[in-house]
Design a protein. Structure first.
Length: 159
């Protein structure tokens, strides 16, 4: 279920209940399970070091480890700071399985994972939660792309 509610989380490795969440929670869980990365901890630690570099959209004066990693602009900033940004492209061959794509749905930031499956025309499908739970869909180019990221990680590291 799509649920953007603010929730107090344990730290590190905090998560909202599995049946709830937003687009960022799909990314958080995928990277935690597939690569052993804890975005809650990684984003929080980077924001503590470089708070001024992160967006000021929410008017916060300090980090909040319960929510910072659950905000698309913060994830985009973190991925850019770590050198994972590839730049937006309209070429479907530029997107590989596991890539992360930030976009705007209207004026709202959104993020999705590129799937290993493709539409009939060869466009990669994406995995995301855009309001009705996690789904795999042919919507890679349905929205204005604001970021394209490829993390340099070893997949499926045991946790």
């Amino acid at each position: 279920m799509y649920d953007p509610a603010y929730v107090g989380l344990k730290y590190p490795d905090g998560d909202v209940p599995l049946e709830r969440g937003v687009c960022t929670d799909v990314i958080i869980r995928a990277l935690r399970k597939g690569a052993g990365l804890d975005l809650q901890k990684l984003v929080h630690e980077d924001m503590k070091k470089a708070f001024a570099k992160y967006p000021k959209i929410w008017g916060l004066k300090k980090t909040d480890r319960n929510i910072d990693h659950r905000r698309v602009p913060n994830l985009s900033c973190y991925f850019e700071r770590k050198g994972y940004s590839l730049g937006a492209s309209k070429n479907k061959r530029d997107y590989l399985a596991g890539d992360l794509v930030a976009c705007l749905v209207g004026k709202r930031p959104h993020i999705m994972i590129v799937s290993d499956k493709k539409a009939e025309d060869g466009t990669p499908l994406v995995i995301h939660n855009i309001g009705s739970g996690t789904k795999e869909e042919n919507t890679l180019f349905a929205f204005k792309i604001t970021g394209h990221f490829r993390l340099k990680i070893v997949p499926n590291r045991p946790r």
